[in-house]
Ligand binder design. Structure first.
Ligand SMILES: [Zn+2]
Length: 327
């Protein structure tokens, strides 16, 4: 049973918004675009593994998808945490495609379909470190002697895993379609050592401590707000700015009209610049001249605000804004 879903990460939302608001000739454009593609691929890889979780006995196995927990050293992040009466299992998910070569010096090399090679950090010690940090977290809560296992799951069964030397491929590394078999085989070797109450307690505490990663994305890429594309962007042809016409947004290029395109622009503002905005700031970003129209729009949409007329700031609550990241 899934006790915590995999939310769309705030960093992914910010990268998506930033990519859509950068001019193609911006020096950081390809950097941002590539990082976005990487994050999207990571998410697709995680979803491919999530598919197989439903085939495990749901009364026994409980899943926390994508958790990030604070500890003395900062945060530790686990792609999929499986809690069961038998053991705790950490899944480190890798969305690698092509051929993956494990060297005996701990090196991991990916060879893409086009023959290019890329080195990676070995995911096994990475998973061991997460295990160590989780173990410490459990001990601090009086939960000792819980067996914790790790598996590195390659999302796509078509990925070829090889060993450079004569040694075997590390046994912790599996394809997603082997997951059920391997987890059940592991469960068969174990007694039930974790009570239902403890499982619930651990899950509840971890969910409460889960802290999604967030950062100021503009400063992360050294981009200034005034370098961003302004205006409401047409959903149909990407032209900007759409113009306000007869209570709708209208695209002068392709004639597309929309009653909610400006919501995406407000979302971009909230993700990239600030989650609070004055009427003047919104006018500038949305490229709508009239303060009255912006005021009416914000009221109609039910955005809260604080401060009096001139200093009034709207709170750009994400719940009011539909999510554009659908795939
Ligand atoms: Zn258009």
């Amino acid at each position: 049973m899934i006790l915590k879903e995999r939310e769309i990460s705030i960093i992914l939302k910010k990268l998506y918004a930033l990519d859509g608001r950068m001019y193609n000739d911006h020096i950081e454009k390809s950097h941002v675009h590539n990082d976005l593609q990487k994050k999207l691929a990571e998410r697709r890889g995680e979803e491919a593994v999530d598919f197989y979780l439903q085939f495990l006995e749901q009364d026994f196995f409980h899943f926390l998808l994508s958790i990030r927990i604070p500890d003395e050293q900062g945060f530790f992040q686990i792609d999929t945490l499986t809690l069961s009466p038998f053991f705790i299992l950490i899944l480190e998910i890798k969305n690698w495609r092509g051929t993956i070569l494990f060297g005996d010096n701990g090196q991991v090399i990916r060879v893409r379909e086009n023959g290019t090679e890329e080195g990676f950090q070995n995911p096994i010690p990475q998973a061991y470190l997460q295990r160590y940090r989780l173990q410490k977290w459990l001990q601090q809560r009086g939960l000792n002697n819980i067996p914790i296992y790790t598996m590195v799951v390659i999302s796509f069964p078509s990925t070829i895993i090889k060993s450079i030397t004569q040694q075997e491929i590390p046994k912790e590394v599996i394809h997603s379609n082997q997951l059920n078999f391997r987890v059940n085989a592991l469960a068969d070797k174990h007694e039930q050592v974790i009570s239902k109450d403890d499982i619930q307690l651990i899950a509840k505490q971890l969910i409460a401590e889960h802290t999604p990663e967030d950062k100021d994305i503009l400063s992360a890429y050294n981009i200034r707000a005034n370098e961003l594309i302004k205006g409401v962007i047409c959903d149909d042809c990407s032209y900007h700015p759409m113009i306000w016409h007869r209570s709708k947004m209208f695209c002068p290029k392709c004639k597309f009209t929309s009653t909610n395109s400006f919501l995406y622009a407000i979302q971009d503002f909230s993700l990239l610049i600030s989650n609070k905005a004055k009427n003047k700031e919104l006018r500038d970003f949305l490229q709508i001249d009239s303060p009255h129209i912006v005021k009416r729009l914000m009221q109609r949409l039910g955005f809260d605000y604080f401060g009096n007329t001139n200093g009034r700031k709207y709170i750009l609550n994400n719940e009011v804004i539909p999510n554009k990241l659908i795939h």
